[in-house]
Design a protein around this ligand. Sequence first.
Ligand SMILES: [Zn+2]
Length: 55
Amino acid sequence: MSLPCLFGFHRPSLSSIARRPLGLVGLCEGCGRPMNKPGDGKWALTDPLDKPIRS
Ligand SMILES: [Zn+2]
């Protein structure tokens, strides 16, 4: 986890960016978490849908 990530400043790794019908997706360069960017929006983290549920 890089320092910018701790403060919420995630940025996508250029090599991970891929185009999707609804926008762009990528992985954060610092922490590797998935991000997406709607067509005219900002990059934001996405929660993986297959996140394990802790009991
Ligand atoms: Zn990050």
